[in-house]
Design a protein around this ligand. Structure first.
Ligand code: ACM
Length: 269
């Protein structure tokens, strides 16, 4: 049985405030991913809404419920026939708006993750998620989910690895230059594959940096997209390779930890 998985990253150009345009853009990306026979697809953060909001009214108008909103429905439909898709969604739930990742597989909503580390002005618009990032089992493989700025908190990728993630799927809207290198580090210190889907373009003087990237489980960059092109990049991986956690015969990246000496990590600042 072929256990190779065709992982795709969609580098996109959403428009802040224009949900109809973003929905149409999604359709183009899904068409491209279908033609490339992608099995697992990652879209950028806040792909349904854009990023650089100007007012609470604008965020609220762009937000949708998961899984009943129009963007979620399209994602769910695409995930039919054994596909997995993760996309950043501006999510409305009760009185709260979250910067979320919606996760869909086999034509169903299989999970959500509400970003726990909010970046800069996101703190004005979103409630922070209160739940641990999830690991989703799909066709015998384990996929961990985190969103953008979570890259700056190694605890997130570590928790995903401890929960069994073999591949980290990472919707992003990057504005700083450090994430791609940091994700290589997240990869080597946890022995996992990583797939970061970033966006491109400018919104209200904020420039997004592209360079969406897939690494293997030993920090090697398998795929790196350009700074400005829109489109789907794909690479074939064997997620089971991430079960090998020994960097040398005597160095296992998870079993060699010394949690009894890490008390400071769980204290508040
Ligand atoms: C970010 O978390 N969008 C930088």
């Amino acid at each position: 049985m072929n256990m190779m998985v065709r992982v795709g990253i969609a580098q996109m150009h959403p428009q802040v405030g224009d949900v109809n345009k973003n929905l149409k853009h999604l359709g183009e990306m899904l068409k491209e991913a279908t033609a490339l026979r992608v099995d697992v697809l990652v879209l950028p953060e806040l792909a349904n809404s854009g990023y650089a909001f100007e007012s609470e009214e604008e965020v609220t108008r762009c937000a949708e419920e998961i899984p009943d909103g129009p963007y979620s429905i399209k994602l769910s439909e695409w995930s039919n026939s054994e596909r997995l898709i993760v996309a950043g969604i501006c999510e409305k739930s009760g009185d709260h708006i979250y910067n979320s990742a919606g996760i869909f597989a086999n034509g169903e909503h299989v999970g959500s993750y509400r970003k726990i580390h909010l970046f800069n002005r996101e703190k004005e618009w979103f409630s922070a998620g209160m739940d641990e990032p999830p690991v989703i089992s799909h066709l015998g493989h384990q996929y961990g989910i985190m969103v953008c700025w979570d890259w700056a908190f190694p605890e997130v990728a570590r928790i995903l690895a401890l929960k069994g993630a073999q591949v980290i799927l990472h919707p992003a809207n990057l504005v700083l230059a450090y994430c791609q290198d940091a994700m290589r580090t997240r990869s080597i210190e946890n022995g996992v594959f990583t797939a970061t889907a970033n966006r491109v373009g400018m919104e209200r003087n904020l420039a997004f940096s592209g360079k969406s990237q897939i690494t293997d489980n030993r920090a090697k960059v398998l795929l790196s997209l350009s700074e400005e092109d829109v489109g789907v990049g794909i690479i074939e991986i064997d997620p089971l390779a991430a079960d090998e956690k020994n960097l040398t015969k005597r160095n296992h990246v998870l079993e060699d930890r010394k949690p009894e000496l890490y008390q400071r990590l769980i204290e508040g600042s």
